[in-house]
Write a protein that binds this ligand. Structure first.
Ligand code: GMT
Length: 373
């Protein structure tokens, strides 16, 4: 099939999922065309059957705000005509879904089908905002196919926008489980100090990630089990996080590592992953951690209970339950047998449930159904 993928190119789960899906589909012989304002960061080399088309937005004195959505729509129309695209797969509703729909109606004699994959914040934050609510609902409903990254997000979409359940298919996010494996080069980092434990958190440091809770949970664990905290990523809450670390006198134990492209070696030096988000439609990073045999302590919210098996691959507690999450962390880190068993369960769970082969086949079947109808 000839498939156009529209996504955000920079750091963030939706762009990562879109890029990995495109790479996997290209490997299976499909022709994949990425459309975005920049090359997605995980498309860092040449891949056969895979092309990137940059959306160019000319500036003009009249434009206070550059009309990216229109330039994107125009590019999709061009590509439908030039490349004969059969599917446009829009990742993240705003503005990709609407641009794809508009392009499909402009190029009306084509038989292109529009698939929208909802990732979470496009519904739970952006889409609920009154400035975008109506257009989000319209563009989702206008899509030929709608997928969500968890059952919880499907339910959320039904409740928020009144979309018929039969129109939405939940398809889980995935990872390449051959790539995401615990490595062995664990000793090279300065935080690997003797018997001390390493706790890790990776995110875009937005408010929804509850970074202060990560630090408070760590502080409580560290009082019982000497540990280090690796904070990977960057974003608006970084400054606040630094302030809290200083206030708690944890400067020697908390490492701010900034954005990292390859997190496998960092995950491979960790004993525990913390994800105490206020909301999380899926939590791709928890899957990456579990694949590297790192147990996860996360919030019982959104899609996280579908991703982390409570008491088996990690532990869940309500968002904000800092003491409860800390006590699970202490239990895991003090009990080597429990830690190893949970780590092993985590790896097996990911291989069984979130492996690329299985999920990419689900997407392929979904596209085929749409194209054949
Ligand atoms: O919040 C983020 O980490 C970024 C955001 C995105 O759209 O890039 O993530 C959302 O999509 C990811 C991929 O499907 C999910 O794994 C995240 O859970 C989801 N974030 C939220 O729901 C807060």
């Amino acid at each position: 099939m000839k498939i156009g993928i529209v996504c955000y190119p920079s750091y963030g789960g939706s762009g990562v999922v879109a890029t990995e899906l495109g790479k996997q589909l290209a490997q299976r012989g499909h022709e994949i065309h990425f459309i975005s304002y920049e090359q997605p960061f995980r498309l860092d080399q040449y891949y056969e059957n895979l092309y990137f088309h940059e959306v160019d937005i000319p500036s003009y004195p009249l434009f206070k705000y550059l009309p990216y959505s229109l330039a994107l729509t125009n590019k999709i129309v061009e590509l439908i005509a030039q490349e004969g695209l059969e599917i446009i797969h829009a990742h993240y509703a705003i503005p990709h879904s609407l641009a794809a729909f508009l392009a499909s109606t402009i190029k009306e004699q084509s038989r292109v089908k529009v698939v929208t994959t909802l990732h979470g914040t496009d519904i739970t934050l952006v889409g609920k905002n009154s400035s975008f609510e109506k257009i989000t609902k319209f563009s989702i409903e206008a899509s030929d196919g709608i997928t969500t990254v968890s059952e919880s997000l499907k339910q959320n979409t039904i409740e928020t926008f009144g979309i018929a359940p039969s129109r939405i298919e939940a398809i889980y996010n995935f990872i390449d489980t051959k790539e995401y494996c615990r490595g062995t080069a664990e000793q090279k980092f300065s935080w690997n100090r003797g018997k001390e434990k390493n706790i890790i958190h990776i995110s875009n440091f937005r408010e929804v990630k509850n970074i202060p809770d990560v630090i408070e949970i760590f502080a409580q664990i560290n009082r019982e089990v000497k540990s280090n905290l690796l904070l990977v990523g960057d974003g608006p809450q970084r400054h606040k996080a630094k302030g809290l670390v200083n206030k708690l006198g944890l400067e020697e134990r908390v490492y701010f590592l900034g954005k990292q492209d390859n997190v496998i070696s960092l995950l491979s030096s960790a004993d525990l992953f913390l994800l105490p988000s206020a909301k999380e439609s899926f939590g791709l990073v928890a899957v990456e951690a579990m694949a590297c045999r790192v147990p996860v302590i996360a919030s019982r919210t959104g899609g996280l209970p579908e991703v982390v098996k409570d008491g088996v691959t990690g532990f869940l507690a309500p968002p904000g339950a800092i003491a409860e999450m800390a006590s699970y962390g202490i239990e895991l880190l003090q009990n080597q047998e429990l830690q190893s068993e949970t780590a092993q369960n985590a790896r097996h769970w990911v291989v069984r449930k979130f492996n690329a082969e299985q999920i990419v086949t689900q997407y392929e079947n979904y596209y085929r159904k749409l194209v054949n109808n």
